[in-house]
Design a binder for this molecule. Structure first.
Ligand SMILES: [Zn+2]
Ligand SMILES: [Zn+2]
Ligand SMILES: [Zn+2]
Ligand SMILES: [Zn+2]
Ligand SMILES: [Zn+2]
Ligand SMILES: [Zn+2]
Ligand SMILES: [Zn+2]
Ligand SMILES: [Zn+2]
Length: 1845
């Protein structure tokens, strides 16, 4: 009742009235009234779209005031000290690493710009998931980085809020919020029946309401406090949520809510309590668990149990997972209870999949601290539910972004994160939810024992992994682990760690590869991306997070715990997959996260925490197992490179590359190598070495026999596998990354290895350096920064521009001393993804040596580099180098290399020598060697006496027993003993006992058995049935093998010396005394080839052991038989030859390529360089071959040479393009500035194109259209420019060439259908062929002969010739092939530009238009050539550009076409130019007058005359034309000049000139003529009237004779230039250069207007060039009278003839200036901020790239603009990418960037966000390419744009 009454009243007064009621002490009636009003206003049964409710709320809240005013008042009480600005995806924000405490810190642009970050490590970035400004939050960033506003702590000075201001809000808003919630409840239906759209609809309707909430948050702290109170108040929620009893709608509504909860798999707590009893099954599971103190973590156990519930033993082992202690709430996954609005609101936000508006509202509230805490708790409480929803969502990407948008705000704050960790079990929730997520996609592992495996792994082909759906969760987890306090909690909680390890084990062994042995895989699965991403993100990232908190002694316990659980989990894993000791064959997985966790925590423990390694290691048996899988990966890498996995397709290579590549190596290969190093340092070295060779499958190869069988490898795989094994051993024993190198050292080594491979840009280097252990940037105390290190090892090469068009970036290259001392080939090998990078590093290294003179002959070997000493814990690693097994291998290989056995290579020798040298440099302490028990019975022990390499080096091996096939050469030799051995026959018999057999396999097994037996006593028991020894017998030993005894009598030293001889190809290459000579220069040994390496080793051995020294001297002293007994064994020779041939072929190919490149480059240069004379013209063209009787052309297709004939015409390869370059010229030579504020603008009115358009339009409004169209030129905008590469071809050859292109499917970048092709010779882009005029050049010469005829005679002859126009027969009257082709090219020319650039006349399509267009084509090309020559002809000469010019041919073609038109002789301007005729009044009767001569454009007239006269035109006639037109041009100049005078000056000059009229030569006196013109024009007042209004620019300075002459010359110069250029092209006259100030006289002389000899007496050249055939004064009077008869046309008198060179816009130095203004600027067409804004660099127009918003007629705005601004050529700067794209017709290309960072690099897409600065050189190049129309030729990667840009 009351409500109804109120409703009818005015809202404002009602609100005021209610407010005062409520302010009373007894406010009960007010409250009641308000409630009743709200009941009816906020009725959720009304449609949400009804805005009435919202209006009411606004009014009520404002309490009678205007809402806007109310907002202002509330804002004045804002006490917030935080910025908190919330943004969504794509917003541009800043991050400062110097100021940030959390790595997630971000700032809005305003706060960033108002803070001081000079010299900080900051960058701009585009937000992906959205974010909020952290300014003012000292938990996230350092206070020094706050902006001015938020540093002030405004909160302190703000007065407290008056009580009544927000009273109404407090009353109304709860009702408003419940109303929204009710709408949400009501609108919700389960989205199982494609009702997604319904959800969207509900949200759409609610948009105004939610926006209103957001608006409220922006009122500042005071309003946020009110909202917080309402949102978190439990009582209000209780009162309103269920609705009143009698309200049926509210009840139904509430039930809807409950069912939504239920359907989500959630049970509210009350409900659970009710149903718990009713459902005993469920209750017993969850309820009971919830109550017990000791809780079994149910999830992981279930994962393991699923597969085998019967195996009692295995269950026993599962029990390890059972934990006791802390209470874990299994209800994490399935219970929720809402106690306040905020909670239910969040629930619906999730249910509706995070609507953007709602997210922004919730985030906008965050500056309120109370809210922030409650909200964080609520978020955590809903965490499991969020993830469940995410997994089900169809748009998980969007949702993920929105989730992280929220969570990153909450979890980046350490206090808050710790708080919720302590109070809400955040860690438990996260880990449980992660487990829950992964549980959904587990499969049985097929690793090892496919049948019986009990291990489960994630299935990488599941959407969850493929789409990376888990990332928000993982990223939250990593985020909270970055807080020390939270990480500590995690590390202290054993049950959590255990849970986590079981999570990690889900990834252990995933994505298993099985080697295909028979057939190629049909389907290459790409699951490996998912697998690597999962391990790196879900396992490695958290690991690195945890490791950052385990850096000091105090945290030892954490590490110990992690290591313990790691080992336990590994043990479980080995058991689960059924691994005993043999690996299943032909399998490999790259994913061993458990191993890597173990490895990295070990490394940290030793390096930073001072823990003893042995205390963290398991027993030997476990170590042997741990070693197996990482080792298998190393062997597989080698197999993959040896092409043993080709049948598995490309993806396996992808895995190998990903595994080693530098972005991930710190989490993948490095831990593996480290773990293997740990194993090697603790296990028996003989066992380890033999395991390596066995795993690499090269055991069979390691025999002394010349022939062997290999049961596992193909012949061609043996060598690469052997190389792989040796390389691996070298890496293993020399790498020190985790074994003693400091962080700085590591960074330096990484940097050096990357720089040695290639010069790098700063960013790519930054990218290539592994982040851990060194953070890439930021200030890390105690460690060298990236920048310092970089400047220590590298030199900067500034970006240079190469003329060929390739754009260089700033590069870093290693310093000379780095090459000399630090180049480490081993590190390079470890870090290279592609083999070619190793080669590249070696090439660069040898180039350096050659250049510095350190090694000049042949190819150097990789240098040996001394290593950082081992950390004492890892000393055991050196034993690898000092074990008999390795020495036997070394001995065998040296022997085989010496004898040229098959499959040996330089690389093998290199690695062997490396191992020897490493052994010499890393001696094992003596006492350890003694400990080794020497057990006689072991078969190999008789090879060497001990384990020390130094003593084994000189040990002589006499006999070796080998097992060889019966066919081997050794066998034969034994049967028929040669004479040499028979002499020692007696000896032989005795020594047979010393003969030694060696089998690596047997060795490994023996050792294994030994170790197992030893440890079996220590270990409790080995229950596991050991496989019997029968399993170890090699399957099917080939029976044909026989045992033979080889006579050797060599030591390693003697073999080395023999190899030295062999390599140097010299007998006795080392003299007995060489050792003494050596010591003089120790440095000589560092760089060099194999010989140097051997010498270095021998020297080292000699200095370290007397016995070795003696031995060396002895061997060297002996005289050897001729070198290399078997050097020329056929197989070896073959491989050598092959190598050599390949090498030679490679060199040849490179030479060819280089040649080709340089040839192309010179083409490029000639194409580019339009100014400098070209010494080497690529082609000989007509002009240069004048002396030939007939011009011959080479056809570049068929190769024949011949003349161009009517029948079989030849043509020039040309590119026709429309151009508006001329039209964009301006008077001023200074480029226009690109506007970067709203105040700046660009006006296009002063461009050449616009001025000409205005002029033509003005003429057309007064004069006859056809006459107008002959008085000007067009083509300033959209004119057709013709370019040629200078190559010619038969036109019929061209046609068949086009046909072949059409059939060629792989054409790219150009469209054959549009006639486009590339020149068959130089590959330059072209689209038409310009027919060449046939004819004899002698004939041409005769036509050129100058004559002495009088001018008046010539004038008459010209007139006669023009009369013949219509009748003049060109060589043929019938249609010949040539004339057909000529018409075709005319058609091409017309099609090149748009219609609107051809039709300027009033009657579209009239011949007048065509006529104008045709002669303007000639004008355009002449004008452009002038521009290319720098705007004048001072440089002169027949430049390279002229030789490639096709103007002569073009003129001919145009003339042929123009003869179709004739100018009515009555209107022929020639008459009016040369004769004084009576005025023809008859013309003026009904038509508009013709254009007066003074308004006509002289250059245009000249071209018209030349083109319309019979061809070829005699030079004398041409000169006559030029002279007559000069008279007109001069008169125009006088008229224009007089118009610039002030009336007084005019008067003065008029008077003074009159006196000279009667003097001699008055017709050539400027004063007399000027005076005459003034007098004539002054006859009608209006002529000079118009100018009086304008202030006189020059009135302050008096006109002097000099300034007048200068002005006249300037006015005539353009005409002279054009005439001269035309003469040059038509008659081949050379242009002579001259100084700029003498250009006028030079050109006049060239044209014969002036005597070539300068007349110093008379500097007034311009008038002396005049040549009158009739009275000058009469003629001038006639011309002037044409003007004075008219009104309002005075402005036409002054022509704008001088134009400066065209320029692109002037850009600001700092890119940020452009970016800040344009990235959020709205498009003027669609009024929206474009997603991809772009800027035309020619005119400054701002467009929506790719935007549908501005698409018209199917063409997007950018393409559209290119058509209108540049006649289909456009240059656009993409604002958001900082790059420039070029649009040319239907194609476009990415040009690159003209903005570079401090390191001289581009930053495409602004990914790095570092400050960028204009690179002036690049911009100049861009402009140059634009002006010279060479985009098509220089840029290579063009693609079609389909009008979609
Ligand atoms: Zn801010
Ligand atoms: Zn701020
Ligand atoms: Zn900063
Ligand atoms: Zn041909
Ligand atoms: Zn060419
Ligand atoms: Zn433009
Ligand atoms: Zn637009
Ligand atoms: Zn638009």
């Amino acid at each position: 009742m009351m409500a109804a009454l109120l409703l009818r009243r005015d809202k404002k007064s009602t609100a005021a009235h209610l407010k005062s009621d409520l302010n009373r002490t007894d406010n009960s009636s007010g409250v009641r009234q308000l409630q009743e009003l709200l009941d009816s206003v906020l009725n959720p049964e009304k449609p949400a779209a009804d805005t009435e409710a919202l209006d009411w709320c606004k009014c009520l809240i404002a309490g009678g005031e205007g809402f806007e005013e109310f907002c202002k008042t509330v804002r004045s009480y804002d006490n917030a000290t935080l910025c908190g600005l919330v943004w969504t995806a794509n917003f541009v924000a800043y991050r400062c690493r110097t100021c940030g405490i959390s790595p997630c810190m971000s700032l809005c642009a305003e706060c960033f710009n108002n803070g001081d970050h000079t010299g900080h490590d900051f960058n701009m970035f585009r937000s992906q998931a959205g974010g909020a400004c952290d300014c003012g939050d000292s938990n996230v960033m350092r206070e020094t980085g706050f902006c001015r506003r938020h540093r002030l702590r405004t909160g302190e000075n703000v007065p407290s809020v008056p009580r009544d201001l927000l009273l109404m809000s407090e009353m109304v808003l709860p009702r408003f919020i419940i109303c929204i919630i009710q709408y949400l409840r009501d609108g919700y239906t389960e989205p199982d029946t494609s009702t997604e759209r319904d959800l969207q609809k509900v949200l759409q309707q609610l948009e105004p309401q939610i926006s209103f909430l957001e608006e409220l948050t922006k009122m500042g702290g005071a309003m946020r406090t009110v909202l917080t109170k309402i949102l978190t108040n439990q009582q209000t929620f209780k009162d309103l949520s269920m609705g009143q009893e009698e309200n049926v709608f509210a009840k139904k509504n509430y039930e809807n809510y409950l069912s939504a909860l239920k359907n989500s798999g959630l049970v509210s707590v009350e409900e659970k309590a009710q149903t718990g009893a009713a459902e005993p099954t469920r209750g017993s599971e969850t309820g009971a668990l919830g109550l017990l103190d000791t809780v079994v973590i149910i999830l992981p156990i279930m994962f393991f149990l699923k597969e085998d519930q019967d195996g009692g033993q295995s269950i026993g082992q599962r029990k390890r997972v059972k934990l006791s202690g802390t209470t874990k709430d299994p209800s994490i996954m399935d219970s929720l209870k809402h106690k306040c609005f905020l909670e239910e609101l969040l629930f619906w936000t999730i249910k509706y999949e995070f609507p953007q508006k709602m997210v922004t509202f919730l985030l906008n509230m965050l500056p309120d601290q109370d809210y922030k805490i409650t909200f964080t708790k609520t978020f955590v409480q809903h965490y499991a539910f969020i993830m469940k929803t995410l997994m089900k969502s169809h748009e998980s990407d969007t949702m993920s972004n929105r989730i992280v948008h929220i969570s990153v705000q909450l979890f980046s704050n350490e206090d808050l994160a710790r708080h919720v960790t302590e109070e809400c079990q955040l860690l438990d929730i996260m880990v449980t939810v992660l487990l829950y997520m992964m549980e959904s996609c587990l499969i049985k592992s097929e690793l090892q024992d496919e049948e019986n495996s009990r291990h489960v792994v994630v299935n990488c082909s599941e959407a969850l992994l493929k789409n990376n759906t888990y990332w928000p969760l993982v990223s939250d987890f990593i985020n909270i682990l970055s807080h020390q306090s939270v990480a500590k909690k995690f590390l202290e909680d054993h049950s959590l760690l255990m849970l986590w390890m079981s999570f990690v084990s889900f990834f252990q062994g995933m994505n298993l590869n099985k080697r295909e042995l028979s057939e190629h895989v049909e389907f290459e699965s790409q699951t490996y991306y998912a697998a690597f991403a999962a391990e790196l993100e879900a396992c490695a990232q958290p690991m690195w997070g945890l490791l950052t908190h385990c850096k000091v002694k105090e945290t030892q316990e954490y590490t110990k715990t992690v290591v313990r659980y790691c080992l336990e989990t590994l043990q479980i894993w080995f058991d689960a997959i059924g691994f005993v000791d043999e690996l299943a064959p032909n399998q490999v997985t790259f994913h061993l996260p458990l191993h890597r966790y173990y490895a990295m925590f070990l490394s940290k423990a030793v390096k930073c925490q001072g823990l003893d390694l042995d205390s963290l290691l398991p027993d030997q048996e476990m170590l042997m197992r741990i070693m197996v899988h990482p080792l298998q990966i190393q062997a597989s890498l080698s197999e993959i490179h040896s092409n043993m996995w080709v049948r598995n397709g490309l993806q396996i290579k992808g895995q190998a590359m990903t595994y080693v590549q530098s972005h991930f190596c710190n989490s993948m290969i490095d831990p593996d190598i480290f773990l293997l190093q740990v194993c090697a340092s603790r296990l028996d070295p003989d066992y380890f070495i033999s395991s390596v060779f066995e795993r690499f499958k090269v055991v069979d190869l390691l025999t002394m026999a010349s022939v062997h069988q290999n049961t596992v490898l193909d012949g061609e795989q043996e060598r690469p596998m052997l190389e792989g094994a040796l390389t691996f051993l070298v890496i293993l024993s020399s790498l020190r990354i985790h074994l003693g190198m400091a962080d700085d050292e590591i960074l330096r080594a990484e940097m050096v290895s990357q720089l040695c491979m290639n010069d790098r840009t700063h960013s790519s280097l930054l990218d290539l350096i592994p982040e851990n252990p060194n953070p890439k940037s930021g200030i890390v105390p105690g460690s060298c920064s990236f920048e310092e290190m970089l400047s220590a090892v590298a030199d900067f090469k500034a970006p240079v521009f190469e003329l060929g068009g390739s754009m260089q970036q700033g590069m870093y290259t290693p310093k000379a001393e780095v090459w000399e001392k630090e180049f480490d080939p081993i590190m390079v090998i470890l870090r290279t993804v592609y083999r070619r990078d190793v080669q590249s590093a070696m090439d660069r290294y040898s180039a350096f040596l050659k250049q510095s003179g350190m090694h000049t002959t042949g190819n150097p070997w990789p240098p040996y580099k001394e290593r950082t000493p081992l950390h004492p814990c890892y000393k055991g690693l050196d034993r690898l180098l000092h074990c008999k097994t390795l020495h036997i291998v070394i001995f065998t290989l040296l022997y085989k290399i010496w004898l040229d056995h098959s499959n040996m290579s330089e690389h093998v020798l290199c690695m062997v020598l490396y191992l020897i040298e490493l052994g010499l440099d890393n001696q094992v302490e003596e006492d350890k060697g003694d400990e080794e028990p020497c057990i006689e019975e072991h078969c190999h022990d008789s090879w060497f006496p001990g384990t020390n390499l130094l003593s084994n080096l000189h040990h002589v091996i006499n006999y070796v027993r080998v097992r060889v096939p019966e066919t081997a050469p050794e066998v034969k030799r034994e049967r028929e003993p040669p004479a040499s051995t028979s002499a020692e026959a007696s000896n032989f018999g005795q020594n047979v006992r010393e003969a030694q057999v060696f089998s690596l396999v047997a060795e490994r097994r023996r050792k294994f058995q030994e170790i197992i037996n030893r440890s079996s006593t220590e270990a409790s028991q080995a229950v596991r049935p050991k496989s019997s020894s029968t399993r170890w017998v090699p399957p099917g030993t080939p029976p044909q093998l026989v045992t033979e005894i080889l006579e050797i009598h060599e030591s390693m030293l003697s073999l080395l010396i023999k190899l030295h001889q062999k390599l140097s190809a010299k007998q006795n290459s080392l003299s007995a005394t060489w050792l003494e000579d050596m010591d003089a220069n120790p440095n000589r040994h560092v760089h060099g080839d194999g010989i140097t390496a051997i010498e270095r080793i021998l020297t080292k051995a000699a200095t370290r052991s007397h016995q070795s020294k003696r031995s060396i001297q002895e061997i060297c002293g002996k005289v050897f038989p001729p070198v290399a007994p078997k050097k020329n064994s056929p197989t070896a020779k073959k491989t050598m030859d092959k190598e050599e041939r390949r090498q030679r072929a490679r060199e040849r190919q490179q030479k060819l390529l280089a040649e080709f490149a340089s040839r192309q480059k010179s083409f490029m240069e000639t194409a580019m360089d339009v100014e400098s004379p070209d010494t080497e013209a690529a082609m000989d063209l007509g002009a240069s071959e004048v002396k030939e009787s007939e011009v011959l052309y080479d056809c570049v297709i068929c190769g024949q040479s011949g003349p161009s004939t009517e029948d079989r015409p030849t043509g020039l390869v040309v590119l026709l393009q429309a151009s508006s370059v001329l039209g964009h010229r301006r008077k001023s030579d200074e480029a226009k500035k690109l506007p970067t504020t709203d105040e700046e603008h660009i006006y296009p009115a002063d461009t050449c194109g616009a001025v000409h358009d205005v002029r033509l339009a003005l003429m057309q409004s007064f004069f006859k259209d056809s006459s107008c169209l002959q008085s000007v030129s067009i083509g300033w905008d959209g004119g057709v420019y013709v370019q040629t590469c200078g190559h010619t071809l038969h036109i019929d050859c061209h046609k068949s060439y086009m046909e072949s292109l059409r059939n060629d499917q792989v054409m790219q970048g150009f469209s054959v259908d549009k006639g486009e092709f590339t020149c068959p010779l130089c590959r330059q882009f072209a689209n038409s062929v310009l027919p060449c005029r046939p004819g004899r050049s002698t004939e041409v010469v005769s036509w050129h002969m100058p004559s002495n005829k009088k001018t008046s005679v010539l004038v008459k002859e010209v007139e006669d010739l023009q009369e013949q126009l219509g009748l003049f027969p060109v060589s043929t009257t019938t249609e010949s092939n040539l004339s057909k082709e000529m018409e075709l090219v005319i058609k091409d020319i017309k099609n090149t530009t748009q219609r609107k650039y051809m039709d300027y006349g009033k009657n579209p399509g009239s011949p007048d238009n065509d006529f104008l267009f045709m002669y303007s084509v000639a004008r355009t090309n002449l004008e452009l050539e002038l521009v290319h020559r720098g705007g004048n002809l001072c440089s002169g000469g027949a430049s390279g550009a002229a030789k490639r010019s096709c103007l002569n041919q073009l003129f001919h073609v145009l003339a042929m076409h123009m003869r179709l038109y004739s100018i009515d002789s009555a209107y022929n301007p020639w008459t009016r130019l040369t004769q004084v005729a009576p005025s023809r009044d008859d013309c003026l009767v009904d038509e508009r007058p013709e254009v007066p001569m003074l308004f006509r454009d002289c250059p245009s007239l000249l071209i018209i005359f030349v083109l319309t006269m019979p061809q070829p035109l005699r030079k004398e006639h041409f000169i006559c034309l030029v002279r007559m037109l000069y008279n007109l041009q001069y008169t125009q100049a006088l008229a224009a000049l007089s118009a610039k005078f002030s009336p007084e000056e005019r008067q003065a000059w008029s008077t003074s000139g009159t006196l000279k009229k009667n003097a001699f030569n008055a017709e050539k006196s400027y004063e007399a003529l000027l005076s005459h013109v003034i007098t004539e024009l002054s006859k009608v007042k209006t002529v000079y009237d118009v100018n009086t209004e304008e202030p006189f620019m020059l009135s302050t300075s008096v006109w002097s004779p000099q300034s007048i002459e200068y002005s006249l010359q300037q006015c005539c110069l353009p005409y002279l230039r054009l005439s001269c250029l035309l003469q040059h092209h038509l008659y081949g006259d050379n242009l002579s250069g001259c100084p700029e100030e003498e250009e006028f006289s030079g050109l006049a002389g060239c044209l014969g207007l002036l005597d070539p000899a300068p007349q110093p007496s008379n500097p007034m050249y311009s008038a002396s060039c005049l040549d009158w055939t009739v009275s000058a004064f009469d003629l001038m009077s006639q011309w002037c009278s044409e003007v004075t008869g008219l009104a309002d046309t005075q402005t036409l008198l002054v022509q704008d003839l001088q134009w400066a060179s065209p320029h692109l816009l002037q850009l600001p130095d700092n890119y940020n200036t452009i970016f800040q203004y344009y990235h959020k600027k709205a498009c003027t067409a669609c009024k929206k901020v474009p997603k991809d804004p772009a800027l035309c660099l020619i005119c400054g127009t701002f467009v929506c790239l790719k935007g549908l918003c501005c698409k018209q007629q199917g063409i997007c705005e950018c393409v559209w603009h290119s058509q209108h601004c540049g006649a289909a050529t456009g240059i656009f700067l993409l604002i958001n990418a900082s790059v420039i794209i070029i649009i040319r017709g239907h194609r476009f290309c990415l040009w690159g960037s003209v903005y570079l960072d401090a390191h001289g690099e581009e930053d495409r897409d602004l990914r790095r966000g570092k400050p960028l600065f204009l690179c002036v050189e690049r911009y100049r190049v861009l402009e140059q390419q634009w002006v010279s129309h060479t985009f098509d030729h220089i840029n290579k990667r063009w693609g079609p744009h389909y009008n979609g840009l």
